[in-house]
Design a protein around this ligand. Structure first.
Ligand code: ME8
Length: 644
């Protein structure tokens, strides 16, 4: 079995995790599960970065020791990862003994080889990025410099004796390595940035601090602590027992994938390979650099007050919904935008309306028409063959996308297929097949094909929708988790359908998010916010009775001015005459409707459309393109007759 070792950055413990940290870690978890599905022996490492001035300062502000702050923050990270179904194999803290000693070991090794030497540093330091600011960055008139990474001003001038890493000696070796491994950094545009940076020339890097106490002591010189980035990067080897160069180290190093956002590219693609070269260790195989998650198109930051807390989402939505949204909306390399409206609409449309609905319709029909169990022969047509063939093509395309970490594209194709299956139900009309005994084998063919397609798609979704995938397998009493078009035995039974995505109390959700966000909720259509999430599709007779459907006659009809799609109808409901506005103008002429008997929902809350108060709703079936088909009742049907 081939191994696959992947890592996330280790996160600073100065604050609790937000959606950006969650995204990287979910991405790593999705890749882990996907690689396992492809037969790899995977090791997934994450952890926390606990040393340095940034943590020292945060702790002091809160009246804590840095260790106390770290201990409490680590719990927030671990708890969030658990809630999001993130299953890492190892969690490294930079205060762990195995890490501290491992860092000292690599530091001593590089020093012995002559690439760390004692010198003098004079310049600026950005505490937020834990970054030395090179002299090439110009000072403003007041003597301040701006950090080239985060743009924050720094007045923190440092002048100290410290140890330097001879980075300047590694430029050519790094360039040669990039040339030989052009996919080392992906996407390619980020690789180009790295190459340009190195081509501009590298200066030696200060790798210790004499003024920082909260760090790993330099071996043999305890007055100095090791620079937090030298310390942090080494986690990728210390966590797998670089200290003793044990079995895990031999089995898993070099890493197959380091995942991170673009903010820390330089440290990973320039410094880290140089440190490893200096220590005589193999270099990681690939670095995957994703973009920023923005909140309403703005970068998330504490100072802008727009940091998104995943725990608020988790109170109202399942982990699967969050995992799905993040994987579906971000394309690697580009920034992703988070808006609450976009989130709700994506989850309701794809997960509730499309996926959960497909599953619940299918289980509902299996229960109703074949009492949850299949026996005997099934008859198939060309259409079922097409469904299987299309699945084969889908799987190939999805694996290609997932192999490139293009989860958004893979998911897009999966949901196209899910919609195709939803259309298949409409075309095959199992409810009609069920009416005649002679059609039983055909009905079984349709329902079995749906089961096979659902279970096959379920495997493709399983790295992302972890919990849902398990529920679907349970409902279908099906344990095979491998890829491929699923086979079903001639005779089999399924269990009871269940809610895949529980109903969201959108009011409660929006009452918890910042006021600016809540104000915009008015723009979200009621279907988007208050979607009735009952994927099992079951309602009681009492639920049904709440909807008053009656026969009504269209008395008059006219087009609504400046609204291509709308018709305004006067109707007689048997008890009153009222106005109703319907989005059918593109498909029905006024003369097609006047005098006809149609079905309306009588007790729908009135709504204003283009200034006209619409009191009720016409019932119509609609196809995949939203083309409406209005049922016209025979003339003898009484006006006001109730549908029940
Ligand atoms: O940089 N969008 O830790 P950190 C997407 N300790 N990803 C985001 C994000 C956002 N808005 N915000 C954060 C450090 N991230 C160092 C790393 S590794 C040896 C040391 C994610 O807590 C993203 O992966 O600032 C980014 O690279 C990382 O969190 C930075 O986490």
């Amino acid at each position: 079995m081939e191994k696959f070792y992947l890592t996330t950055p280790i996160y600073y413990v100065n604050d609790v995790p937000h959606i950006g940290h969650a995204y990287t870690t979910i991405l790593a978890d999705v890749i882990t599960r996907y690689k396992r599905l492809r037969g790899y022996r995977v090791l997934f490492l994450t952890g926390t970065d606990e040393h340095g001035q940034k943590i020292e300062r945060s702790a002091a502000k809160q009246g804590l020791t840095p260790q106390q702050l770290a201990d409490s923050m680590v719990e927030h990270f671990k708890k969030l990862w658990e809630t999001l179904h993130i299953k890492y194999d190892a969690f490294i803290r930079t205060t762990d003994d195995i890490h501290v000693k491992g860092v000292q070991k690599i530091f001593s090794t590089v020093m012995k080889k002559g690439d760390i030497y004692l010198g003098e540093y004079a310049g600026h330091y950005c505490i937020s990025c834990e970054n030395f600011i090179p002299d090439s960055v110009e000072e403003s008139a007041d003597g301040k410099r701006t950090c080239p990474d985060c743009g924050r001003p720094t007045d923190n001038r440092v002048s100290e004796t410290c140890y330097f890493f001879r980075l300047s000696a590694f430029g050519d070796r790094l360039l040669k390595f990039y040339e030989e491994n052009p996919d080392f950094v992906t996407p390619r545009s980020r690789m180009n940035e790295v190459v340009s940076f190195v081509k501009m020339g590298l200066r030696d890097l200060s790798v210790t601090r004499s003024t920082v106490k909260w760090g790993i002591p330099v071996p043999g010189d305890p007055q100095q602590t090791i620079y937090v980035w030298f310390d942090a990067l080494a986690n990728y080897i210390t966590a797998i027992d670089y200290l003793d160069e044990g079995a895990r180290f031999a089995a898993y190093w070099p890493a197959d994938l380091h995942i991170m956002a673009k903010d820390i590219l330089k440290y990973h693609a320039v410094y880290w390979p140089a440190f490893l070269m200096a220590a005589g260790l193999p270099l990681p195989k690939k670095e995957l650099i994703h973009g920023w998650w923005l909140k309403d198109e703005k970068k998330m930051s504490k100072s802008s007050g727009n940091v998104l807390d995943p725990n608020i989402l988790l109170k109202h939505f399942s982990a699967d919904a969050i995992r799905y949204f993040l994987m579906r909306e971000a394309s690697i390399g580009a920034d992703g935008n988070f808006s609450h409206e976009g989130f709700i609409s994506r989850v309701n449309t794809d997960l509730t309306n499309d996926w959960a609905n497909l599953v619940s319709r299918t289980t509902g029909m299996i229960e109703k028409y074949v009492a949850n169990s299949f026996q005997g022969v099934a008859a198939y047509t060309e259409k079922e063959k097409e469904i299987e063939e299309r699945y084969g093509k889908l799987e190939k395309a999805v694996l290609e996308n997932f192999d490139q970490y293009q989860f958004n594209r893979g998911l897009e194709s999966i949901f196209e297929y899910i919609n195709y299956l939803n259309r298949y139900i409409v075309e095959a009309q199992p409810w009609n097949l069920a009416k005649e005994e002679a059609n039983r084998p055909r009905l079984a063919g349709v329902l079995k094909t749906l089961c096979r397609a659902i279970l096959s798609v379920n495997t493709l979704l399983s790295p992302i929708l972890t919990e849902t995938a398990a529920t679907v397998r349970t409902v279908f009493r099906f344990s095979d988790q491998d890829l491929g078009w699923k086979n079903l035995p001639e005779t089999f039974a399924i269990g009871q359908g269940t809610q895949l995505f529980p109903r969201v109390d959108s009011k409660a959700f929006f009452s918890e998010i910042p006021p600016g966000d809540a104000a915009r909720v008015a723009d979200v259509t009621p279907e988007e916010t208050v979607s009735q999430v009952n994927p099992a599709g079951l309602i009681t007779i009492e639920d049904f009775k709440k909807v008053q459907m009656v026969v009504a006659r269209v008395l008059a009809a006219e087009k609504v001015e400046k609204a291509d799609k709308l018709l305004k109808l006067q109707i007689d409901t048997g008890t009153d005459t009222r106005t109703l506005v319907a989005g059918i103008a593109q498909y029905y002429k006024t003369e097609d409707l006047v005098g006809r008997k149609i079905i309306i929902v009588k007790n729908l809350t009135p709504a204003k459309l283009r200034g006209i108060l619409s009191q009720g709703m016409i019932l119509a079936a609609s196809d995949a393109n939203n083309r409406p088909f209005i049922p016209i009742l025979p003339e003898e049907t009484p006006i006001g007759a109730i549908l029940k």
